[in-house]
Design a protein around this ligand. Structure first.
Ligand code: PRX
Length: 636
């Protein structure tokens, strides 16, 4: 197997000749004020990139392209939910973003304020994000599949003064009443936003309205049409957005993003990794509520002068050929999606892939969860193009591991996302000490500090979380922990082996077991609960819950009732994508003598595997009971 030498050399330079490498990359974006210092690492583990430089994400994504690309499409919107298609050129995007920014300013938003965006995949989501960063307002997009309680927590933590939403969203024809959910969230939030800005699609005739607080976007849009809002030149280190993500604590963490470092990281990755040419079309089939939607659905392609595609709809509706139809229709050259989506498409009629002309497509990128080899081979052969796995986290904002097609033809090792990208000092380390392990030994994938540009500089309002949770995990060295197990082979390729903490990955969506357990325990009849991520053929992992009721349930009817109620508590608190695949009512949870729930053993039982060393188990009967339930259910 040949190794990826030229790409490795290129990436290595970002570490050995750090400041020169990154100041060269920084030339890809516009700086209103030049950079004084490339990297300030005087206060480890915190780093600050391109200190002194002033720039703006919106200017780089939109204004900068007007002289040469005003008439080029910037955003294609296609919805199979409402059967609509619309294209916005860079000039039109500029106009829409300015109008949106003027509306936000009229609501009193100023540099440093926070706005929460709770919108479906409609163009207004991109306008809102770009408008915020244009005026220095920090946005926090909350995935429109989240339930009111989850939205309320994020509004409170961000201390948002404006909430931007729509009347409804749609998922496979099913209505998601966003405005109603937003109202519930505002009622639950401790700090109510002053204004709720509503992009009314005219799809809910009885949209609830609170006078004095709710603002109709269309009305304000008319008032502010053609207004030009000057760009706020932000310090490179100033925040552009927050994106909440689940971890081991029950409270989601606000991943903070800077401005200049992020712009440079995206420009670098767009050029060398995604390798699309300005003027070409990129289709990231990812919701704006997730990290991929931010970096490669909005900011990355636009900064690079590419057209982005916003798709509202499912990958299998009206049929499993819809994505390939979009590729044909818009001549997409770079596409990005998740392994779960590929596994879903693999179950569809293979003829659908041949029905459309996908010859414009140069490469397909996949991220968010492990890619199984059979599905990777299937899609690679079906499309006849490189299918590039890439590994990263919401925290990093752009890929940690991937390949660099711009530097050399990608040398793919199936099952591996590749090699560390520029600036990532990735190593496999001993889980306790942090000492680097030899090739092919399993350990934690850790990153040397400083983290490269684009990665989170800290956790929102919680420096301690950044320094202790992320960077203080090992006893002997200061390293950023990804919390993923991995190995590195002798060619330098990494293989991801799964999380070392209690984070579950359902179809590429990250969920913390603690979040789910605490939600279940809010039910008055529940004494305690454990949630595990059991392997699932389609979604990678699925949530299995084991619940102990406060009182014995006399019959199967009362058990079934409690199961239903627990399911609805989880869905209504966290969102439909968190719906457990199984809820088991049991008599006791298997625990260690010190009272710690033995999740590892529960997981093994849920997956029908051997449970391994159980010497610390206090009560073997509890585990046996779980095993019996699972076996009975599976008919084993
Ligand atoms: O466990 C890893 C898994 O997803 C986690 C990050 O989740 P999230 O922040 O939602 O990611 C957003 C950006 C893609 C990681 O810690 N993960 C991500 N990509 C891969 C992966 N696991 C295996 N292979 C990948 N390519």
């Amino acid at each position: 197997m040949s190794t990826s030498l030229r790409a490795q050399e290129f990436c290595q330079r970002a570490l050995t000749d750090r400041d020169n490498f990154w100041s060269e990359q920084a030339k890809a974006i516009h700086w209103e004020h030049p950079i004084d210092q490339v990297c300030d690492f005087s206060r480890p583990p915190f780093s600050r990139w391109f200190v002194g430089g002033k720039t703006n994400l919106c200017y780089n994504a939109v204004d900068r392209h007007l002289p040469g690309r005003a008439a080029q499409p910037a955003l294609h919107f296609i919805s199979t939910e409402v059967e609509t298609e619309r294209t916005f050129t860079f000039q039109e995007l500029y106009d829409e973003v300015n109008t949106f920014a003027a509306v936000l300013r009229s609501l009193g938003l100023r540099r440093g304020d926070r706005a929460v965006i709770y919108l479906p995949m409609i163009p207004e989501a991109a306008f809102a994000m770009l408008a915020c960063v244009r005026i220095g307002v920090i946005h926090s997009v909350v995935f429109a599949g989240f339930a009111p309680a989850a939205l309320a927590t994020r509004i409170d933590d961000a201390e948002a003064t404006v909430l931007i939403t729509a009347d409804i969203g749609l998922r496979g024809g099913k209505v998601v009443p966003l405005k109603r959910l937003a109202d519930e969230a505002v009622a639950l939030a401790k700090l109510s936003p002053k204004s709720v800005l509503v992009c009314n699609r005219g799809l809910d005739p009885k949209i609830p309205w609170t006078e004095g607080r709710d603002v109709d976007y269309a009305t304000f849009r008319k008032d502010h049409e053609k207004e030009v809002v000057p760009v706020e030149w932000l310090e490179s280190t100033e925040s552009s957005y927050l994106l909440y993500t689940s971890g081991t604590t029950s409270k989601p963490k606000g991943v903070q993003r800077d401005t200049g470092g992020y712009a440079v990281a995206l420009a670098t990755s767009m050029q060398y990794l995604f390798a699309g040419e300005p003027g070409e079309v990129m289709f990231a089939a990812a919701d704006v509520g997730w990290a991929v939607g931010h970096s490669y659905g909005v900011y990355g392609p636009l900064i690079h002068g590419m057209t982005t595609v916003f798709y509202e709809g499912l990958p299998i509706k009206p049929d499993g050929g819809i994505w390939w139809k979009i590729v044909e229709r818009f001549h997409v050259s770079v596409m990005f999606t998740s392994p779960t989506a590929i596994r879903t498409l693999k179950r569809q009629d293979p003829a659908l892939l041949k029905k459309y002309d996908t010859s414009s497509l140069q490469r397909l990128y996949l991220a968010g969860e492990p890619m199984d080899e059979p599905s990777w081979s299937w899609i690679s052969e079906a499309l006849g193009i490189p299918v590039i796995d890439n590994y990263w986290q919401t925290e990093t904002g752009w890929p940690i591991l991937a390949l660099l097609p711009k530097i050399e033809p990608p040398k793919i090792k199936p099952g591996s996302p590749g090699i560390p990208m520029p600036g990532y000092d990735a190593r496999i380390v001993d889980p306790t000490t942090g000492q680097t392990l030899p090739p092919n030994e399993k350990g934690i994938l850790a990153l040397g500090l400083p983290l490269p540009p684009g990665c989170m500089p800290t956790v929102w309002k919680d420096d301690q979380m950044f320094s202790e949770h992320y960077c203080g995990r090992f006893s002997e060295v200061h390293l950023y922990s990804t919390f993923d197990y991995a190995i590195q082979d002798e060619d330098g390729y990494f293989f991801i082996l799964g999380r070392s903490d209690d984070v579950i990955n359902v179809a590429g969506h990250r969920l913390g077991t603690r979040e789910i357990e605490e939600t279940i325990c809010s039910h008055p009849q529940v004494a305690e609960a454990a949630a595990v991520g059991a392997s699932d053929e389609l979604k990678g992992q699925a949530i299995h819950c084991f619940v102990v009721a406060k009182q014995d349930l006399p019959d199967s009817d009362s058990q079934a009732r409690l199961q239903k109620e627990i399911e609805s508590v989880v869905v209504s608190n966290l969102g439909a994508f968190s719906r457990p695949a199984a809820i088991h009512i049991i008599r006791a949870l298997p625990k260690t003598r010190s009272g710690k729930i033995l999740r590892r053993a529960i997981l093994a039982a849920a997956e029908g595997r051997e449970t391994g060393d159980l010497s610390t188990l206090e009560d073997p009967v509890a585990l046996e009971a779980i095993r019996e339930i699972i076996q009975k259910q599976a008919g084993r």
